[in-house]
Design a protein around this ligand. Structure first.
Ligand SMILES: NC(=O)c1ccc[n+]([C@@H]2O[C@H](COP(=O)([O-])OP(=O)(O)OC[C@H]3O[C@@H](n4cnc5c(N)ncnc54)[C@H](OP(=O)(O)O)[C@@H]3O)[C@@H](O)[C@H]2O)c1
Length: 243
């Protein structure tokens, strides 16, 4: 069985690749930096004895990433898990971004997951596999920062629902994790309201649940309550928050 990790080179993706290799999954790793990925693939192969392929793709500008990924899967054991911990945010994503930057953020955070899921659906259905999407607490309610990033993450919730509406659990399982703050590049240098979770701990939970059914969950779990409170705030009060 092969697992595909898109956004595998750092943060949560790297931790997921580690945990999957430790549990004996063959892997295809995708990210933008070829040298990083090749070193990571060689290291996982050496430590865990699994087959690991690396595919470098700039998903900010790749029109048909699914075709390149499908070609890279040829010859590996059947694809049973597609994990999409890819993400990119910008400090200036605040309603002042120019069009080209908006397009790039949407390409990485939304077009890539959609296009890759679409391209690999036949293989995943054949293997009764699982698609794992990663959303964000940043998308719970619209605000003046992370505007494009949050719009893309909110759209992933729609993708999650579409996939579940179309496929029964015995054909394809779909799991969506709405993540709180993690200690990764994405939050590096930010002043956060709470201590960030360690990606390795999140990866252990996600991989342990891969064989389970479709579900949407908050991780760490306390963010389910935080999301509930943020959604319940009356609009006049919410508007006044410097969120
Ligand atoms: N960190 C948080 O606090 C947090 C909170 C909520 C949700 N999330 C979500 O959780 C997931 C994992 O986040 P993370 O913090 O682990 O992020 P991260 O450390 O920044 O890693 C992001 C991954 O995406 C890849 N990537 C980014 N741009 C790419 C591009 N143009 N082409 C190909 N690959 C690209 C990166 O590879 P390269 O470096 O090679 O480009 C890297 O492997 C993401 O979906 C993120 O949105 C994170």
């Amino acid at each position: 069985m092969t697992a595909l990790v898109v956004g595998a080179s750092t943060g949560l993706g790297r931790a997921l690749a580690d945990e999957l290799a430790r549990r004996g999954h063959d892997l295809l790793l995708v990210a933008s930096d070829r040298r990083d990925l090749e070193a990571q693939a060689a290291d996982l192969n050496l430590r865990h004895g699994v087959a690991v392929r690396a595919l470098a793709l700039d998903l900010g500008g790749e029109l048909d990433p699914g075709a390149r990924i499908a070609a890279a899967l040829d010859g590996l054991p059947p694809l049973t898990a597609l994990l999409l911990p890819i993400g990119c945010s910008r400090a200036d994503d605040d309603l002042s971004l120019e069009a080209a930057r908006i397009g790039q953020l949407l390409a990485i955070n939304l077009h890539a997951p959609l296009a890759i899921v679409h391209a690999l659906l036949p293989r995943l259905r054949e293997a009764h596999g699982v698609v794992v999407l990663f959303g964000s607490i940043a998308a719970v309610r619209g605000r003046g920062r992370n505007v494009v990033y949050a719009a893309a993450k909110r759209a992933l919730v729609s993708l999650y629902e579409s996939l579940r509406q179309r496929h029964r659990d015995n054909e394809l399982r779909v799991q969506l994790y709405q993540l709180g703050f993690l200690a990764t590049n994405l939050t590096w240098g930010m002043r956060l309201p709470a201590a960030p979770a360690h990606p390795a701990a999140i990866a252990r939970t996600v991989v342990a649940r891969l064989h389970r059914g479709s579900a949407c969950r908050y991780l760490p779990r306390k963010f389910a309550l935080i999301a509930l409170i943020v959604r319940a705030l009356p609009w006049p009060l919410y508007r006044r928050l410097r969120a």
